[in-house]
Design a protein around this ligand. Sequence first.
Ligand SMILES: Nc1ncnc2c1ncn2[C@@H]1O[C@H](COP(=O)(O)OP(=O)(O)OP(=O)(O)O)[C@@H](O)[C@H]1O
Ligand SMILES: [Mg+2]
Length: 374
Amino acid sequence: MSAEEIIRLDMGKMDGDTAADAAATLCLGIESSCDETSAAIVDSNRNILSHIIYSQIPEHQKYGGVVPELAARAHILAIDEVVRQTLERAGKTMGDIDVVAATAGPGLIGGVLVGWMAATGIAQATGKPLVAVNHLEGHALVPRLCATSASGAAGGSHVEFPYLLMLASGGHCQILLVRGVGKYELIGQTLDDSAGEAFDKVAKMLGLGYPGGPVVDTRARDGNPTAFKFPRPLCDKPGCDFSFSGIKTAARTFLDRNPAPHTDEFINDFCASFQASVVDCIINRLTNAMCDTRGAAAAPRTLVVAGGVAKNSAIRAAMEELASRHGMIFAAPPMNLCTDNGAMIAWAGIENHRCGNIVREPVAPRPRWPLTEL
Ligand SMILES: Nc1ncnc2c1ncn2[C@@H]1O[C@H](COP(=O)(O)OP(=O)(O)OP(=O)(O)O)[C@@H](O)[C@H]1O
Ligand SMILES: [Mg+2]
């Protein structure tokens, strides 16, 4: 992977350079758990000094999803150059870095191994402390690095503990009470597919390509959310768990009865109606979670959404409205920190390092690593 290629693919994805405070701790974070090879340098004063996201999406698009073996190989080709450019853009050398952090799981194990071994090598060669970051903790803590409102307009703030978190990504869908670093209480989770998977699968059925979430979100803006009736699984039941497979099956059945070619109006209405059912499920389950956690010793005052699906405009808007109805503050990461990125791993590195959570003996990367096991 040449420097030119990385720069070309990274255009427009980098955060602005910010001068670091000389007294701040600097963390180099590496992410490689799925189809983004990413690195960032973040300081303990919440500045992102440099951030590179090399997305492999074009390499996987023709297969309609991520091919793990191809992803692992692409990470190997990209990792050195991504780290080199991250240092260069921050105007730093490895000697300036105080902490090295990398995703050690959960994720596609071939990719996790690449980033984790790179970070381990850097830490051993330089003698810097190393943090094994749980990828989900990266998503969960990034609103403490930087948070915005639903529209993404009011940037510059960050979230304080405790908060109620809707973690919705490609592989996970959970409601968590986040009490502190490493302190996660599982309130509810999906019994089958994640929300991101549901978006991706429905988009695939419609021939809209991969990843499906962004295109369904865009098409839904021009569609009628009440045009088609999708189920709202579990919404008539108490509890905070989710189920998305029923919505997906309903979509499949409906499309079998109404085969392609479809008009733009049909696709827009279909996307809007499907998305409305996902939004309703999320709001229904979060309402129960808010009631369940209201009486808790340290009740959360902030409702947060994180993970790739947090980019969804309808979910952000509905959650903001829900929060305000319940007298809570709503916060979400800026759009470029929702899907996988190195800055969230660097920030989780800073937070864990501050708590003394550094690697003291060899760590084996893990394909599965629930947050509740931290
Ligand atoms: N605007 C959007 N609306 C809905 N879904 C979206 C949107 N943008 C991205 N997504 C979805 O986000 C998912 C990717 O998120 P993310 O990168 O956090 O997942 P992942 O890292 O693969 O999974 P995990 O974090 O669980 O390991 C994809 O399923 C994608 O379709
Ligand atoms: Mg992720």
